[in-house]
Design a protein around this ligand. Sequence first.
Ligand code: ADP
Ligand code: MG
Length: 400
Amino acid sequence: PEATTIGTAWSTEDGAGRARDLFAEHIGGTPDGVWAAPGRVNVIGEHTDYNNGFCLPIALPHRTYVAARRRDDDKVVLVSQLADSILSWEGTLDEIAPGSVNGWQAYTAGVAWALREAGYGIGGFEAALVTCVPLGAGLSSSAAVECGVGLALADLYDLGLSDSDAGRTDLVNAARAAENEVAGAPTGGLDQTASLRTTDGHALLLDCDDWSVRQVPFDLDAAGLELLVIDTRASHRLVDGQYEARRRACESACRILGVASLREVGDLGAALSALDDEEMASRVRHVVTENDRVTQFAKLVDAGRIREVGPLMDASHDSLRDDYEVTCPELDTAVDAARAAGVLGARMTGGGFGGCAIALVDRDVCNDAARQVVKAFRDAGFTHPDLYVVTPGPAALRVQ
Ligand code: ADP
Ligand code: MG
């Protein structure tokens, strides 16, 4: 039998304690509070966000914890503990701007810049960060850290943003601005929305046209199900160029079809026959059918038919593999092995070319599915995958 360890998230007490300890050791004294912000996994709806379509993320129980204290001057002190290193940075608010901070500081300090840009009056602060969200795995450690720092600043400076969905939407925009403009990563707002606007026990039906949301009860436990997350640990090969190429194909298709976004394509057959370029037609087919799958998925879950969503997940993966062409051997292997083990459905999640796959699986099949995936990876000569079992957790909040 293969050695399979399924990673679990830190408890709130554990995470908050670690953040306080780091604060005491590297900054000194006690923080004014501790905030926690989750990573996310998208259950269905991939490459739909920039096409003004639908997606359905959940907040992970894996969170970044931020112990923070307000300062009376304009100094900023940041320390972050990662698996094998401690990062630290000191500067002033005025030093934080696009081009002058980069790397991890862009995702953390960058949020302070974005809030000030948006007109919010904040001063200096000290923050100690710890996380159990794996970095760079496609589970959005970047949004977790941005949203944790953003929420801490909102509370430390009484910005009045944490208690309303409108306020949280402003925080989403600040976190996204930090990522886009300071870190220079051209991502949409899906990750930050999932981290700040979800509800415990629910998936978030997100309409990326107007950023409106609907909370969809997603009670895996009551249905006897688990959501297994498989981090393939495959590097995102060529992902930058490929991501841009997909976006451009969608934009070109919109111009030919005379629509503002692929969201507006009503008659798929007519749209496909209007496109001469076969590859472009495949891209459009993915986006249009994927939007439809998200809608159907949410309807089934609403109707208490969560056990029937598996085929939609399978179809989503197959469409991403065959029509959108953003999977990779590791993702396909994970999905194939999980399916062979008898899961209800399995698909890649995130942008593709590496990152994670997910499988919806009966509780008593979960361990076996995990073992089968590990075995398939070993047989193929791939790096050992990391495995997590997750349930939808709460959005970012103050925990102490
Ligand atoms: P993902 O969001 O999928 O984990 P990204 O490449 O978008 O991957 O973001 C990872 C980057 O975010 C890291 O390289 C680091 O710069 C930053 N980051 C995330 N979490 C932390 C943290 N706890 N402390 C410092 N930097 C972090
Ligand atoms: Mg990210």
